[in-house]
Design a protein around this ligand. Structure first.
Ligand code: SF4
Length: 193
């Protein structure tokens, strides 16, 4: 099962690397987008503001802020339990106090180091196709340069997501009740919190 999943992910990676950034940029330009700096995507009252983050992004934010992982990242909720009742999950998300904890006075305090999901909002790639989340900046004029920058970033994010999943599957050894609490399985191993 794991080997076939890894093989499937490697095929997805191959397809992802062949995504035509020029075509992707043209699609983004045709849709149009300009961030209105409303910060609604960071706020709870406007919908799901969950931000998934990779281990590499956690390290970048730690370096930038001096905070440790557990100060700003938590395991995603999960129903998966081992024989001793410990919870197992596969992703990290940014902590929230309702709004994202890094939002202050409508500004992102880690702007330069914000996660991919924030840098590419309201766009994402699903099975190689461009998808769009709700955003009031959609439909605004976007320059060719900015649409190319976003296209490159979207492709980079998509490849990072696939690599993260492949590394996770390669490392995953099942739910072993060797700790107490919640275990996050990610591309870098098991982390008990
Ligand atoms: S990290 Fe920054 S951009 Fe992303 S949700 Fe938090 S405040 Fe918003």
């Amino acid at each position: 099962m794991t080997q076939s999943k890894i093989q499937q992910l490697l095929e997805t990676l191959d397809n992802a690397e062949r995504i035509d950034e020029v075509q992707l940029a043209e699609k983004i330009k045709a849709i149009g987008f300009k961030c209105k700096k409303c910060a609604k995507c960071c706020r709870e009252e406007y919908g799901d503001n969950t931000v998934f983050i990779f281990p590499s992004e956690i390290r970048r934010i730690s370096l930038k802020t001096g905070l440790s992982r557990n100060d700003f990242a938590i395991p995603t909720p999960s129903q998966d339990r081992d024989a001793e009742g410990n919870i197992h999950t596969f992703e990290w998300v940014l902590r929230k106090n309702g709004d994202c904890i890094f939002l202050q006075e409508s500004l992102c305090t880690i702007y330069e180091k914000r996660p991919y999901i924030c840098k590419t909002y309201p766009f994402y790639l699903l099975e190689g196709n461009l998808m769009i989340s709700e955003c009031e900046g959609l439909g605004s004029e976007i320059s060719g340069e900015e649409s190319r920058r976003l296209a490159a970033l979207l492709k980079e994010r998509y490849i990072a997501e696939i690599n993260e999943s492949a590394a996770l599957f390669a490392r995953f050894k099942g739910f072993k009740p060797s700790g107490k609490g919640v275990c996050v399985h990610d591309s870098e191993g098991e982390h008990w919190v």
